[in-house]
Design a protein around this ligand. Structure first.
Ligand SMILES: [Zn+2]
Ligand SMILES: [Zn+2]
Length: 452
């Protein structure tokens, strides 16, 4: 019952293949234009909706349908297989890549590689390859910033121009990243807690061993939270070059615990005090400044001047090819403190120069404090002297003497006046200590002044 130029064979094909083969394939088999196929179908009462057509197409591309049940010749079956292969190839190298690169172009500066890969449902290496191919790659520092921002944002970052499915994939990826991060934080913190416990146990064991060997060993109370008393030496207290005896006031356990808590339990928290992450454009400027002024300005000033964290400054230094040892950094600090004239800073803006001036004032005051009289020791000696003047301990306090330096009157005891070669120093401990500090300052000035 063929009509209007259709053969019976054409009608049979349209009837039996329309639900299985996409229109494009059917047209190829019949050798007709798109409008003709639509007209013929309509006349035969076959009107697939758009979503039906799409479903047929994707089913056909996903899996080759069983062609043997269709009224086709071997030649036609072969041709359909070939057409399908070509179509699939075109999709992956052309259309699909075009869609992918559209997303990549838009999101590369906003989302980490992992999130883009999730959106497109491809591997990260595919994203990296395409970014490279289309010259939209970002550098490592930028990638790190994006990863960090993605993993720490309180809600999933919204990305414009995504389909609903892509949006869902993005949210799933963000959740997974957050979950992994929380898990690794917990793990790291648990390991650190366990280490602290082991440390405390080993310190206690060492102390009892020492007390066993030397029962009269003098113990010193830790100023931290452990509430323990330890022998005052480097086995129990961390070194602190600013303290009188070179040891910190907190014991090793308390120092470790304090650091652990301060750093947020497992992972350093990035906050205002820890500095910010400079933008990409700012980074190259900062790198130039760091390269130029690292030998001149102490790191602490550079950090505060640009509100950077220690890690960011060291990355900037590495990026700028600047290598500083601890000894060299110390020299830079002293050179800056004893500078005799203010150097010029052509790379800094006026505002930054003003800020540097203020920071330097604070820094100088802070450093000067190291050479001042030890007022805490002075107050301590006064209170000790007062205690000795109490009637209960009167017999001991008969002999007092006046310091030749500060004229303070203290008992003539080794706690107040140092003994040297059998005789007593004419100046009190505070005065002696201050004199030593002034001598050190004079030596440092000779070594470092005028070298800026
Ligand atoms: Zn302690
Ligand atoms: Zn004195």
């Amino acid at each position: 019952m063929a009509s209007a130029g259709r053969s019976e064979r054409a009608e049979q094909l349209i009837r039996e293949c329309s639900g299985v083969l996409p229109s494009v394939i059917l047209r190829d088999l019949l050798g007709v234009a798109p409008a003709t196929l639509i007209r013929w179908r309509t006349e035969l009462g076959i009107r697939p909706t758009l979503s039906e057509s799409k479903r047929i197409t994707s089913a056909f591309l996903n899996e080759l349908p069983n062609l043997n049940i269709l009224p086709l010749s071997d030649e036609e079956r072969k041709r359909i297989r070939l057409l399908r292969l070509e179509w699939m190839q075109r999709r992956t190298t052309g259309d699909e890549e075009e869609q992918q690169i559209a997303v990549i172009r838009l999101q590369t500066a906003r989302l980490p590689t992992r999130a883009i890969a999730a959106i497109l449902d491809v591997s990260e290496s595919t994203v990296l390859r395409l970014q490279k191919k289309y010259a939209v790659s970002v550098d490592r520092a930028q990638r790190r910033r994006l990863e960090h921002r993605f993993a720490t944002s309180e809600s999933c970052p919204s990305a414009a121009g995504l389909t609903k499915l892509q949006q869902q994939r993005l949210v799933a990826c963000w959740r997974e990243v957050r979950r992994q991060r929380a898990k690794s934080d917990r793990k790291a913190n648990a390991a650190k807690c366990a280490f602290a416990e082991r440390l405390l146990t080993s310190l206690r064991a060492l102390r009892s061993e020492r007390l066993h060997q030397e029962p009269s060993l003098v113990l010193s109370r830790c100023s931290g939270e452990c509430g323990e008393q330890w022998p005052r030496d480097a086995a129990f207290f961390v070194p602190n070059w600013r303290s009188e005896d070179g040891l910190a006031r907190r014991c090793k356990y308390c120092s470790y615990e304090r650091l652990r808590r301060y750093k947020g339990g497992g992972r350093k928290r990035r906050n205002k005090a820890r500095g910010r992450v400079p933008s990409e454009s700012e980074w190259s400027r900062l790198r130039g400044i760091v390269k130029e002024y690292s030998d001149l300005l102490p790191g602490i000033l550079l950090r505060h001047l640009f509100r950077l964290g220690e890690g960011t400054l060291s990355r900037l230094r590495r990026d700028a090819g600047v290598h500083l040892t601890a000894a060299k950094a110390k020299k830079i600090r002293w050179r800056w403190y004893f500078r005799t004239r203010s150097p010029e800073f052509p790379l800094l803006t006026d505002k930054e120069v003003a800020r540097l001036y203020l920071l330097t004032k604070g820094y100088d005051t802070y450093t000067s404090r190291r050479f001042e009289r030890d007022t805490r020791l002075e107050a301590y000696l006064r209170s000790e002297a007062l205690k000795l003047r109490q009637p209960s301990s009167a017999p001991q306090s008969a002999d007092v003497r006046s310091c030749r330096g500060c004229a303070a009157v203290y008992p003539a005891l080794p706690a107040f006046f140092k003994q040297r070669n059998g005789s007593i120093e004419p100046r009190c401990k505070v005065c002696l200590k201050h004199e030593a500090a002034m001598q050190r300052k004079a030596q440092l000035r000779i070594r470092f002044s005028g070298r800026v």
